[in-house]
Design a binder for this molecule. Structure first.
Ligand code: NAD
Length: 297
């Protein structure tokens, strides 16, 4: 049936996810620090709040889709400081550290409500089309309680284990994504510089062993994938700042588990450079531009 769902963080991902919940017949209670983001959802029928504590008290489920650890932490602090509606299940779908998930879970369960991690993969196209993959960390009962709601936004909802295991899966996926996008950018650039046609080479990869999401759905070279950010000057999508954050989170768990990630660390350095060059707000496939500019040294 129709539920009251709070949604905090209406950016590139959150706006589309919230919209799919409305389409599925739920009543949305929303907040974002950006007024245009709130206006966009109000136009689709959501109720806009100025205080997240009030939003949460009116919600059966609250979904947060925020940039990073610091913002997620302060947002929950503000939202739950004066107590919680004990029937609310808080679902964080941002990409944050497993440690922060565990600490938020302890704080919120101490107040009497439930909190789980459910980060997503599939990018903005997946958010638009409601085909995201959700990686859920929590108890079996919590997983069963949130599954139907997550199914309004995604097509694969997987229970990964205890609190933080959703993020454990997400960080490893995104480390691969960060490496793969650089790999596709390097290979496309090298092919083009040898005189190959970009489309011919992209078609070859996509029916060969080099094929991956970054080559097939999100190719960094303009003109290959019609809806990819490469065709709109790398606007929208998944920002370089966010993949850089994710590689930092991956480096953190690699360190705490004593695990070697030579390419993951190198990829982190490449995206840090993009951010330092002022491209933090562009989609991360703009890394292709960096490859185009660089000479062999
Ligand atoms: P975004 O920057 O487009 O959106 C973040 C939104 O949060 C913005 O609208 C911003 O105004 C809002 N915000 C910031 N501080 C706030 C606060 N204190 N209270 C309320 N709202 C606040 O980011 P995004 O691309 O939508 O990503 C959100 C999260 O999802 C990140 O953790 C990211 O790593 C993860 N993610 C992104 C993608 C992607 O492809 N873009 C895919 C999977 C996961």
């Amino acid at each position: 049936g129709s539920k009251n769902i709070g949604f905090v963080g209406l950016g590139n991902m959150g706006a589309n996810m919230a919209n799919n919940l409305i389409k599925a017949g739920h009543k949305l209670h929303v907040f974002d620090i950006s007024k245009p983001a709130c206006d966009g959802l109000a136009a689709k029928g959501a109720t806009v709040y100025s205080k997240t504590a009030e939003l949460a008290k009116n919600s059966d489920f609250v979904i947060t889709m925020l940039p990073n650890n610091a913002i997620v932490e302060s947002s929950y602090e503000e939202m739950t400081a004066d107590g919680v509606n004990k029937n609310t299940i808080f679902i964080d779908s941002s990409t944050i550290s497993p440690e922060l998930v565990q600490s938020l879970q302890k704080k919120i369960s101490a107040k009497g409500a439930r909190f789980i991690d459910a980060p997503v993969s599939g990018g903005v196209p997946g958010a638009e089309q409601a085909t995201l993959t959700f990686m859920v960390g929590g108890t079996e009962a919590e997983y069963n309680a949130v599954k139907a709601v997550l199914e309004c936004m995604g097509k694969k909802i997987t229970h990964c284990g205890v609190y933080g295991m959703g993020q454990a899966a997400k960080l490893c996926n995104n480390m691969m994504l960060g490496i793969a996008m650089i790999g596709v950018s390097e290979a496309m650039n090298l092919a083009i510089r040898q005189g190959l046609d970009a489309q011919v080479f992209a078609d070859i990869i996509n029916s060969s062993t080099g094929r991956c999401w970054s080559s097939e759905v999100y190719n960094p070279v303009p003109g290959i994938c019609p809806t990819a950010p490469a065709n709109k000057d790398y606007a929208g999508g998944f920002s370089s700042a966010l993949i850089n954050k994710d590689l930092g989170l991956a480096a953190g768990v690699a360190k705490s588990t004593n695990t070697p990630i030579p390419l993951g660390s190198l990829a982190g350095k490449v995206y840090t450079k993009l951010v330092e060059e002022g491209l933090g707000n562009k989609d991360f496939s703009v890394v292709y531009d960096l490859m185009k500019k660089e000479k062999f040294s």
